[in-house]
Design a protein around this ligand. Sequence first.
Ligand SMILES: CC/C=C\C/C=C\CCCC/C=C/C(=O)SCCNC(=O)CCNC(=O)[C@H](O)C(C)(C)COP(=O)(O)OP(=O)(O)OC[C@H]1O[C@@H](n2cnc3c(N)ncnc32)[C@H](O)[C@@H]1OP(=O)(O)O
Length: 177
Amino acid sequence: VTVEMKSSKVAIVRMNRPPVNALSKDLMHGLRRTICDLEDNDVKGIVLTSSSKVFCAGLDLAELLNPTQEFVSSFWKELQGLWITLYSSRLVTVAAVNGAAPAAGCMLALSCDYRMMSSKNVIGMNETKFGLFPPPWFVELMADTVGRRKAEMLLLQGTLLSTEDALACGMIDQIVE
Ligand SMILES: CC/C=C\C/C=C\CCCC/C=C/C(=O)SCCNC(=O)CCNC(=O)[C@H](O)C(C)(C)COP(=O)(O)OP(=O)(O)OC[C@H]1O[C@@H](n2cnc3c(N)ncnc32)[C@H](O)[C@@H]1OP(=O)(O)O
């Protein structure tokens, strides 16, 4: 995770884990630590973005291949901790979604106060496409953002929306070129 101060009050927080910013336990820990440090340093707002062409590919599936029970438990704790920290942060949080944002990548964006996204990208929770269902707090984030019926349809079908469709249903707030 890298931090660039745009002024004394606003920080650009970039996920920097090539090639796709898959959320490993370490990346989630780094993000949470960064947000907490900025909160402690009188910063007012952050822009969460990526230093590569993918915003975030969601959970690091490689780390979840044949994990020990202990690792799964600590991984899950880190994921919940990151979500709670970002969602409840006192900072004004903006997601600048500058690449694909599937599954937990979408969760990160939806946990922010405002979402801008570049065109020709995709965002959504596609877990059902590979036989999983997102945890309840992902579901609630989606329902709070686009409405319960729309969320139900998107989640059941594991839809990844284009930038334009995401704007149309309120999943993002602005398209930025
Ligand atoms: C603790 C958990 C316990 C139990 C879990 C049980 C239930 C709970 C479910 C929780 C909900 C799950 C949430 C998730 O986030 S799951 C992850 C879902 N993510 C995806 O479906 C995205 C998959 N990736 C893509 O679609 C594309 O890679 C992407 C992001 C559009 C980028 O495309 P592109 O630029 O063309 O890059 P490549 O596809 O060529 O990928 C490059 C490289 O990255 C590897 N990779 C991609 N995604 C992931 C990932 N999520 N984790 C790990 N690695 C990933 C890909 O394999 C390539 O690797 P290579 O070595 O071949 O170069």
